[in-house]
Design a protein around this ligand. Sequence first.
Ligand code: ADP
Length: 158
Amino acid sequence: MKKKALYPGSFDPITYGHLDIIKRASEIFDELTIAIVDNPDKHPLFSIQERKELIMTVIKADNVRIDSFQGLLVQYATDNNFQTIIRGLRAVSDFDYEFQMSLTNRRLGENIDTIFFMTDEKYSYLSSSIVKQVCRYGGDISSFVPDDVAIELKEKLK
Ligand code: ADP
């Protein structure tokens, strides 16, 4: 049976930190689905469609799919037969929240487990919000996101 996993997140926009997790997870699992959380309460900069297109532009692996969902992650995972959720951990500060979410998800969906990938130390400080902030004030974001993402981000924040 195919080993498949789900990598949920905002990806607003996708960064080299996300791409590193995607690369490593897609080498371990037969199929990886990136699931963009459709949550307008977070006031995302990019629409779901724009985020999907950006991810499609920068993903090389052919066993990676892209989807989006609203509502509970566990519901989406159960409806689509996922048992494994992938998340990235950057610092101890990520841990509390991720630990709580992972236990909640396992309580809500008994067969669902979360696997954490430690960030590459190069990206341990990197987040979509930091990239947006640096870009907004004209800083160089070329080491944070691929060129295609940088172009769209600059355009958006003009
Ligand atoms: P969310 O709003 O769900 O946290 P993000 O797009 O910010 O969405 O992050 C999605 C996932 O990717 C999270 O598990 C987050 O910890 C992980 N992630 C984000 N940036 C990095 C990074 N630089 N290194 C490793 N993991 C990361």
